[in-house]
Design a protein around this ligand. Structure first.
Ligand code: DX5
Ligand code: ZN
Length: 250
């Protein structure tokens, strides 16, 4: 059982945005200090990109690193599992102190995902589903959407930070936002990959309310002002009615 912050207690509203810096883009030799500085800089969560070298062509870190990082910050851990067998390792990530765990639709089916949902729910860990740029949300994920807290619409191919956002993903994001509203689901859209101050207005207009930014935050010497700038641009889109599909639902 995780003793970490309960995701359900993290106030997610479609009238605001949450900034989740991806520490994959930070100084990997100093992750503990990166985590605490990210908290001081005003981030809402820390995005943890776990890659197994099989699902995507990179190898990052695993539950032991996350467990160690749990001592460095009280920010919620938004863990993105880019691994081929999420069910096999789920308990270890829960025990490490993850607050939200996102698994990829490409490696699940209805029964695996239901099992994942049940385990996460019983541990009060938030449930996320992620889709690659070429993947549509499967019907079984829509059928389970009442269980899902977060839909990660990847805006780059998984593997590396510092890639360019794929603009065509924004249309898919908007459509998912409209579907969520029409069906009355409260899941929040997370945009992940290549998001920075220059495109975050469009990303939030497409309905994203959790903004993952790796390079967009950590390539700046002043990460507090980077986070502030991204938040302000995103909130501008929200205030002018960015994807009004997501307004009025919370
Ligand atoms: C890609 C990861 C992303 C990425 C974000 O595999 O899921 O979270 O690291 O980094 P930027 O914002 O630099 O694309
Ligand atoms: Zn990610």
């Amino acid at each position: 059982m995780s003793s970490s912050i309960n995701f359900k207690a993290v106030s997610i509203s479609n009238d605001r945005v949450m900034i989740a810096p991806s520490i994959l883009a930070a100084d990997l030799a100093n992750l503990c200090s990166v985590a605490s500085k990210t908290e001081e800089a005003g981030a809402d969560m820390i995005h943890l990109d776990v890659i197994d070298g099989h699902f995507a062509p990179n190898i990052t870190f695993g539950p032991d690193t996350i467990k160690a990082l749990r001592r460095c910050t009280s920010l919620p851990f938004d863990t993105h599992l880019m691994i081929s067998e999420p069910l096999k390792y789920l308990e270890r990530f829960i025990k490490a102190g993850c607050d939200i765990i996102t698994v990829h639709a490409e490696v699940c089916n209805e029964s695996i995902f239901k099992e994942i949902c049940a385990i996460l729910k019983s541990n009060q860990v938030g449930i996320g589903i992620a889709i690659n740029p070429d993947t549509e949300l499967p019907s079984w994920a829509i059928d389970s959407m009442h269980e899902i807290d977060l839909v990660n619409v990847m805006s780059v191919y998984p593997g590396f930070s510092g890639q360019r956002l794929i603009p065509s993903v924004l249309e898919k994001m908007s459509m998912i936002g409209i579907m969520l509203r029409e069906k009355g689901f409260s899941a929040t859209i997370e945009a992940d990959g290549g998001v920075d101050i220059n495109n975050v207005y469009d990303v939030a207009s497409a309905g994203a309310r959790i903004i993952v930014a790796g390079n967009g935050v950590y390539s700046n010497s002043d990460i507090a002002s980077a986070i502030k700038g991204i938040r302000e641009r995103a909130m501008l889109a929200v205030s002018v009615g960015g994807n009004d599909g997501r307004r009025g639902s919370g």
